[in-house]
Ligand binder design. Structure first.
Ligand code: GDP
Ligand code: MG
Length: 370
């Protein structure tokens, strides 16, 4: 049901909250400033105070965002988006760095690559692959909580000298819950105490049966340190991606997800976004969470300014009015007024939810003290 806190209603009318409380009392409604009242009561109070009321349902405000399905005929193949997950110290960062470094050596990336939270490389089979380069579990969870699916494939890194550990199991559960296929990368095979076969049999307990044991899960033995079998890993990722038959329509306004965002001293709010559908262009008006802006510049994973970014492309956006949150979904809207309306609406919602949580905490305290 639609609700609003007393404080928020007062704010929107530029009235004092105590006056709203008093008026509510007159109507026989006893509410504290941070408590919620329903929309009908709110309207009554507002009109009582001489305000005109325009009720906007969530469905109206958010309408048109994220609901345009890709028409089958227009969808074209897109690169897979890959997240590397696994237990701490099993080599996630090393593997991401090694893959990126290999691309740099091949001349794909221009010299010093800047870190934007995601990057794209070309597999030896010729297809592009997008890696999300942020701490796996946290980002993955944040995105899933917001109902966004940012990953097509999880590469599960398991150190051959350590085996399956708690966060390995956690990663398996995350991937399963999200319905994302797993590729097993058995890392650190350069180590003398590496026991890749032990890893394989341990994974059976989690119902992961790798190919060499007659199962379906693709696997590869790698060494991030010695840069062994990295090409093979990329090939397997591309194979898995071809099985998934990933497609998106590039000819529509962009939709995507915020991978990370920060407030940069010189450049203002900077958001790294993964475009998922459509094509993001310079001058587009974007909304993400409760922030919006006009795209002033798009910067790719090599630090180059680009005019546009298509499906599965990670790109930095300059031009937001504030930094959105990791996991926020991004959409392009038709004009600034619409962007502002959506952002304002979400800001209010956030504030109301926070106020409602505070109320629960306060009343909880009162019960404890009574
Ligand atoms: P993360 O916590 O999963 O990101 O793991 P890191 O990438 O930080 O690696 C943890 C440690 O393992 C570091 O000291 C790495 O140098 C080391 N390491 C990572 N990959 C390999 C590998 O293939 N072989 C060896 N011998 N050491 C590795
Ligand atoms: Mg790490």
């Amino acid at each position: 049901p639609e609700t609003i806190t007393v404080q928020e209603l007062a704010n929107r009318m530029s009235e004092r909250a105590v006056d709203v409380v008093r008026l509510l009392m007159k109507q026989g409604v006893m509410k504290k400033i941070n408590e919620l009242i329903d929309a009908d009561t709110a309207q009554l109070i507002a009109e009582e105070l001489g305000h005109t009321v325009k009720r906007v349902a969530e469905s109206d405000v958010e309408e048109g965002l994220f609901d345009v399905a890709d028409v089958e005929g227009e969808a074209v193949p897109r690169p897979p988006v890959v997240t590397i997950m696994g237990h701490v110290d099993h080599g996630k960062t090393s593997l991401l760095d090694a893959i990126r470094h290999t691309a740099v050596v091949k001349g794909e990336a221009g010299g010093i690559t800047q870190h934007i939270g995601a990057y794209q490389v070309t597999s030896p089979l010729g297809g592009k692959i997008t890696f999300i380069d942020t701490p796996g579990h946290a980002a993955f969870t944040a995105m899933r909580q917001r109902g966004a699916r940012a990953t097509d494939i999880v590469v599960l890194v398991v150190a051959a000298d350590d085996g399956v550990m708690p966060q390995t199991a956690e990663a398996i559960n995350h991937a399963r819950a999200a319905g994302v296929p797993i590729i097993v990368a058995i890392n650190k095979i350069d180590k003398p105490d590496a026991k890749p076969d032990k890893v394989r049999s341990e994974l059976l307990q989690y119902e992961i049966q790798v190919e060499s044991l007659g199962g379906e899960t693709l696997e590869v033995e790698v060494s991030a340190k010695e840069k062994l079998n990295l090409d093979k890993l990329l090939e397997i990722i591309q194979l898995q991606s071809e099985i998934l038959d990933l497609k998106a329509n590039p000819d529509r306004p962009a939709e995507g997800i915020v991978i990370e965002a920060k407030l940069d001293r010189g450049r203002g709010p900077v958001a790294t976004v993964l475009v998922q559908r459509g094509t993001l262009k310079q001058s587009d008006i974007v909304v993400a969470g409760s922030e919006w802006g006009r795209v002033r510049a798009l910067i790719d994973d090599q630090g180059d300014t680009v005019p546009e970014a298509g499906p599965s492309t990670p790109v930095e956006i300059l031009g937001f009015n504030g930094a959105p949150e990791a996991g926020d979904r991004l959409a392009v809207v038709e004009n600034e007024a619409r962007a502002r309306e959506i952002a304002d609406y979400r800001t209010r919602q956030k504030r109301e939810q926070a106020a409602a949580r505070a109320t629960v905490r306060v009343s909880g305290l009162e019960e404890m003290m009574s």
